[in-house]
Design a protein around this ligand. Structure first.
Ligand SMILES: NC(=O)c1ccc[n+]([C@@H]2O[C@H](COP(=O)([O-])OP(=O)(O)OC[C@H]3O[C@@H](n4cnc5c(N)ncnc54)[C@H](OP(=O)(O)O)[C@@H]3O)[C@@H](O)[C@H]2O)c1
Length: 286
């Protein structure tokens, strides 16, 4: 089995690279300067000679605030770039694995979102990701996973940002009415590789189990890491933002759990593993 990983320097991409190395699976994972999913010529240059069995697309434009201003780039990466990957996958019958987000929903449902719920994104990021996943779903030989708050070893996650804030301020306000499911990259990788072994196709919600507000997540993380800062719960409305964000989106992981026959760990359990790892190797944070 040969795998191609795009977006390999992001937090999820790095976790795939780590696990594929560990399992001795043949793969290539070029950096973005060499491989840009918005450039079909570059895609072709890598994919045609390597001819992977699977493309795992971790490349994405994820800056939710910036996407409102930098609309073109967000759509180029999250929609047109994804369309390029669909095209090349169709050409060589490559299995395409793609990731989307809970931000395709508006957060107005009073219970957990399931895969058959109708998306209704509130912001440009969510719209561009929905357009991308729709492109992938046209192709039968594909797998799409919608993720919650992704946390991995890298800078593009809430815990990294929180760690920066508490270095500057002793008292830090964190929203307590914004709720989702913290979802750890090492768990995502594990279940995606299981899904590939089982030759699954289609759309799945993949999150850790449970749910949390940003405040609960920050508070638990600070306690596990031994930070003495004062963390103050505050409503989302007190923070400046130019983006409409859904407040509460919890996706059910029941479908993927049943198909794989697994109990996906609660986020608190995976948070402990994450904290132990960065405590023993602080470089993992970057
Ligand atoms: N982060 C979250 O909380 C979250 C929540 C829900 C879903 N997701 C989804 O999870 C997936 C993985 O996200 P992540 O957290 O690992 O994000 P990440 O850390 O931001 O990684 C994304 C990677 O994509 C690269 N990239 C951007 N534009 C590209 C392009 N045109 N061609 C090739 N590579 C490009 C980025 O490179 P540069 O760094 O050089 O730009 C970065 O290395 C994404 O599909 C995302 O939408 C994430």
């Amino acid at each position: 089995m040969k795998i191609f990983v795009s977006g390999a320097s992001g937090q999820l991409g790095k976790s795939f690279v780590h696990e594929l190395n560990k399992r001795n699976i043949e793969f290539i994972a070029p950096p973005q300067e060499d491989f840009d999913i918005t450039n079909y010529y570059k895609i072709n240059k890598f994919i045609t000679p390597f001819r992977p069995d699977i493309i795992i697309n971790c490349a994405s434009y994820n800056n939710v605030e910036e996407a409102e201003k930098n609309t073109t780039r967000a759509i180029d990466v999250n929609y047109k770039g994804v369309r390029n990957l669909v095209k090349i996958s169709q050409l060589y019958n490559i299995k395409l694995v793609h990731f989307s987000t809970d931000y395709v929903f508006d957060g107005r449902k009073n219970s957990s979102y399931v895969e058959t719920d109708i998306p209704n994104p509130l912001n440009l990021y969510g719209k561009s990701k929905l357009a991308g996943e729709n492109e992938v779903m046209i192709y039968d030989n594909s797998l799409v996973f919608r993720l919650g708050w992704v946390i991995g070893y890298g800078k593009n996650n809430f815990l990294y940002k929180f760690t920066k804030w508490i270095q500057d301020e002793f008292v830090v306000k964190v929203s307590n009415d914004e709720i989702s499911v913290p979802t750890f990259t090492f768990d995502i990788v594990k279940y995606v590789l299981m899904a590939l072994d089982k030759k699954l196709t289609g759309l799945y919600h993949l999150t850790n189990s449970g749910k949390a507000s940003r405040y609960e997540l920050a508070d638990k993380y600070a306690k596990l890491m031994g930070f003495a800062n004062e963390i103050v719960p505050a409503p989302m409305a007190t923070f400046k933002t130019i983006v409409k964000r859904p407040l509460v989106i919890v996706m059910s992981n029941q479908k993927i759990s049943e198909v794989l026959g697994v109990n996906i760990p609660r986020w608190e359990e995976s948070l402990k593993i994450y904290c132990n790892a960065i405590r023993s190797n602080p470089d993992l944070r970057f």
